[in-house]
Design a protein around this ligand. Structure first.
Ligand code: ADP
Length: 866
């Protein structure tokens, strides 16, 4: 029996339970259906075949009725998480189908329903989530010059949307998706944006096309306003943004379909505009190693790795978002940096604050668990303990003017009280076995507990009474699971057993009896225990629901805590690593004194990093041509400038003696393709496409970092392209740029173009050896030092000698060529050398014979031409 055929399958021959299975499966054809059967989730048919392979569990079969046998496998319900995670990580969606009525009360097959669909972008299992990263599901809608993107993290309640318009909308939308790094993307069936579809495949994001009708703007608008309880979305910044509304609306419906809860933790949509942030295209994000390293894709070794000293999960996630979206609004930047400064200056305050913040649990994810009704008593205790820290935190921030607007922090005292009153200090993990609710919270519960607890005393009394009545000193009252309470009399004393004892069980040395009195009591005690568990469970759910009504307040507090944590973390890093507050302004210069690379300095012994100055403006110091040997520190220097600017624009302190940063609208970095034999041509193509992207998008306010661009092709091609790119940047774009190159010919541009200036990495010679001083100094390097670097790498002396000879010959040859290039200006149409020679002839000073000779030479030369 195969899945492909189940839609047209005749269900009549199946057993009733399998008929139910296929009826439900038809509604979730793209999911693996976890079908609850007692203590197991069973899978059938193709689902079973797929799952048994992925999960490495045994495939069995089950009688399907008149249609024969059907493949089957199962996983125990109490260990379901691990299996779910494995399936989702392998790109499957899982529909969880539960028994929704008590099997004891069911007539016929137990009623079952899908209660949740677990997908890569909506999974909320703790094992599946990195506490310091968001888990986004995104939706994209649009075409041509208009796109809407919405994204949500159901584990925190974040829900955001943006609309992107204009000529380059598709490329920007694609970059935004890359920045978000969602685990899952949905889009309309006819999405006409090939580059976006391609990137989803390249990034291996789980993606799914949805019916066009789900994106219908009016329907989306109506669904969103209904959920948010408003008549308009204008208040959320979504006025006249139909594409953003469609993306948000379709995403919201998808969440409703899969989560099957009322999504109370999604309480607003935050609309944002890409224009409010510095643009970091995907290449630059990766190349500057902002969140992860290029090679290993790890946080350690990235800028985030250095800056993240947050002590809460919420702060960790926020810092990540700040780094991926630096600001461009001066007031916003100053607001942040002033707060960091305040915490930087106040060591004691910062330490106390961080100590308290550390005790705050992940309020965002706990709040979401309230919405999903998956929070257990320990989660409530985690909320309670977190809330208890809030008044102290508020007191600390109230002390400082710069932190005043964070002091609107809602300390949630009333919610703390709700939990403290209801829940015991150290509750068990399970919700069904009692032990959750405080004494004195509920009268009925207390009475039942007295009965249950009184049991021991009552039994002791009964035992005493019966011993006296019967005269059997060894008489015992006991309990077992099969017979309940009993009275045990040894064989030797059986003659003393009174009339009213009823025999229940005979053992080797004794007999067990019951009495009506004992059974009556037993009913009361056992009933009480069962009742206690169910009352406790109900009271727990009531408490959880009361907290659920305040999810919005908890989330607001969580956001402020996250912010505080980020500021305190940035201040802590600044203190530990000797950073300074940069002066950020709306000017156009970048001036850095003694700047350092925040990550490279981290991995060098203290004091070994050589700091360097940077001065760029839109006048005489606009484009720096940076030359120097390989491995001398060029890339490090350029990236350090980019990272310092980026850090300044997230509100952080920076690794320097001092820094002034005129706000930059975009940072571009491009690294020339290395000569890769395997993919030669195509890497160069990629390099050129990237350069084209810069030249099409950079503005006067951008910072462009080019590292060996042009390297991916033959020397003269490469040099020509590098030269032309510099000229183009200079003539048509006007942005600040640093261009590292080993084409020392480029240093001549300093003379030719205003604003272009040369920098080099200082090198010290000692005999045949060279040393890199890592110091950036004015001037251009006149040679490439390739052979010296080869010596450093340990190539044999004989080989180096030969290399020098070859170099000498080559240079002699190319000198002639070079002179011509310089005289002709590289990018004018080349003049014929004959014309040049003609121009040099002084006709007035030639004798007729000489003139004839010259003419004859010229004719000869001309005839040699092809
Ligand atoms: P290039 O781009 O010139 O090939 P890199 O910037 O990659 O050189 O630098 C090579 C290595 O030199 C780096 O990995 C780092 O260890 C070291 N380095 C670079 N800049 C400095 C500096 N300013 N101070 C100390 N060491 C540095």
């Amino acid at each position: 029996m195969s899945l492909e055929s189940f839609e047209i399958m005749d269900l009549s021959g199946l057993t009733p339970m399998l008929r139910q299975f296929y009826q439900i499966k038809m509604q979730y054809p793209d999911c693996i259906l976890f079908f609850r059967l007692g203590d197991f989730y069973e899978m059938f048919g193709d689902d079973a075949e797929v799952a048994s392979k992925v999960l490495e569990i045994t495939l069995t079969s089950r009688d399907a009725g008149s249609q024969g046998k059907i493949p089957m496998c199962g996983v125990p319900y109490h260990a379901v998480e691990g299996y779910l995670l494995t399936l989702v990580e392998n790109g499957y969606k899982v529909a969880i189908c539960e028994q929704v009525e008590d099997p004891k009360l069911a007539k016929g097959v137990v009623k079952r329903e899908v209660t949740r669909v677990v997908t890569p972008g909506t999974i909320t299992l703790p094992q599946a989530l990195d506490e310091k990263s968001n888990n986004y599901v995104a939706c994209i809608f649009g075409h041509g010059d208009a796109f809407g993107i919405a994204y949500a993290d159901v584990s925190t309640g974040d829900f955001k949307a943006t609309e992107i318009r204009g000529e380059l909308a598709e490329a920007k939308a694609r970059d935004e998706l890359i920045r978000l790094n969602p685990k899952e993307v949905i889009y309309p069936e006819n999405l006409l944006a090939q580059s976006i579809l391609d990137i989803l495949v390249t990034l291996r994001v789980s993606h799914e096309a949805r019916e066009e009708s789900a994106f219908q703007s009016k329907l989306c608008y109506r669904n969103l306003t209904r959920h948010l309880g408003t008549t308009t979305l204008a208040g959320f910044g979504l006025k006249n943004k139909p594409y953003a509304v469609s993306a948000a609306g379709a995403l919201f419906e998808y969440l409703k379909e899969t989560q099957k809860i009322s999504l109370e933790h999604i309480r607003d949509i935050q609309a944002y505009s890409l224009n409010d942030y510095m643009v970091l295209d995907s290449y630059t994000q990766r190349n500057l190693e902002i969140l992860t390293t290029l090679r290993e894709n790890k946080k350690q070794g990235s800028l985030l790795g250095v800056l993240d000293k947050t002590v809460t999960a919420m702060g960790g996630r926020l810092l990540r978002r700040y780094l991926a979206q630096p600001l461009i609004d001066i007031q916003e930047i100053e607001k942040r940096s002033n707060r960091v400064e305040c915490l930087f200056n106040e060591d004691l305050l910062r330490t106390q604050l961080r100590d308290s913040l550390e005790k705050v649990y992940d309020l965002e994810r706990l709040a979401s668990k309230l919405a999903y009704q998956t929070a257990n008593a320990r989660d409530l205790v985690a909320l309670r303990d977190s809330f208890r820290e809030l008044p102290g935190i508020k007191d600390l921030i109230c002390q400082k003017d710069a932190l005043q607007d964070l002091s609107k922090l809602d300390c949630l005292e009333d919610l703390e009280e709700v939990i403290t009153d209801a829940i015991v200090d150290d509750p068990p993990f399970l919700l069904t076995e009692g032990g959750l609710i405080q004494k004195g919270y509920n009268k009925e519960l207390d009475e039942l507990r007295d009965i249950a607890r009184g049991g021991k005393e009552w039994i002791a009394n009964l035992q005493k009474k019966e011993r006296e009545r019967t005269g059997v000193k060894s008489l015992k009252v006991g309990f077992n699971k099969v017979f309940g309470y009993y009275i045990e009399v040894s064989n030797a004393n059986l003659n003393l057993v009174p009339e009213d004892y009823q025999r229940k069980q005979t053992l080797a040395n004794s007999e067990r009896f019951i009495t009506p009195e004992l059974k009556e009591y037993e009913a009361k005690v056992l009933g009480a225990e069962e009742k206690i568990n169910s009352i406790e469970y109900d009271l727990f759910c009531q408490t959880r629901d009361r907290l659920k009504d305040s999810i919005g307040r908890i989330q607001q507090t969580a956001h402020l805590i996250a912010e505080l944590d980020v500021y305190a973390s940035l201040a802590e890093v600044a203190k530990q690593k000797n950073y300074v507050k940069p002066l950020v302004n709306t000017g156009t210069s970048i001036e850095i004194k003694e700047g350092r690379h925040p990550v490279v300095e981290e991995y060098l012994p203290i004091g070994e990093f050589v700091p360097n100055d940077t001065f760029l403006n839109l006048k005489e110091s606009r484009i720096a041509i940076l030359t120097g040997p390989n491995m001398s520190g060029k890339s490090t220097y350029m990236r350090q400038v980019a990272l310092i600017v980026l850090m300044a624009q997230i509100g952080s302190f920076v690794p320097a003696e001092s820094a002034t940063v005129g706000i930059v609208d975009r940072i571009f970095t491009r690294v020339g393709a290395s000569d890769d034999l395997a993919s030669g041509q195509s890497t160069f193509m990629v390099e050129m496409t990237e350069v084209a992207n810069i030249l099409n998008n950079a503005t006067e306010k951008s910072l462009v970092i080019l590292d060996e661009v042009g390297r991916g092709t033959a020397t003269f091609d490469g040099l020509s392209i590098a030269w032309a790119v510099t000229e183009y940047l200079h003539d048509h774009i006007g942005s600040k740029a640093i261009f590292a190159t080993h084409y020392h010919e480029l240093t001549e541009l300093e003379e030719k173009l205003e604003g272009v200036f040369n920098l080099q990495v200082a090198v010290q010679h000692s005999g045949k050896q060279i040393f890199f001083l890592r110091k950036i100094i004015p001037g251009g390097s006149d040679r490439s030092y390739g052979i010296d670097v080869a010596r450093l790498a340990g190539l044999p002396e004989e080989l180096l000698k030969r290399a020098r000879e070859v170099l000498y010959d080559l240079e002699k040859g190319s000198k002639k060529q070079e002179t011509k290039i310089n005289q002709l200006s590289l990018f004018q149409t080349q003049e014929d050398p004959l014309i040049e020679e003609l121009r040099e002839i002084d006709v007035n000073n030639l004798t007729p014979l000489e003139a004839l000779n010259v003419l004859s030479e010229l004719v000869k030369e001309a005839k040699r031409r092809p």
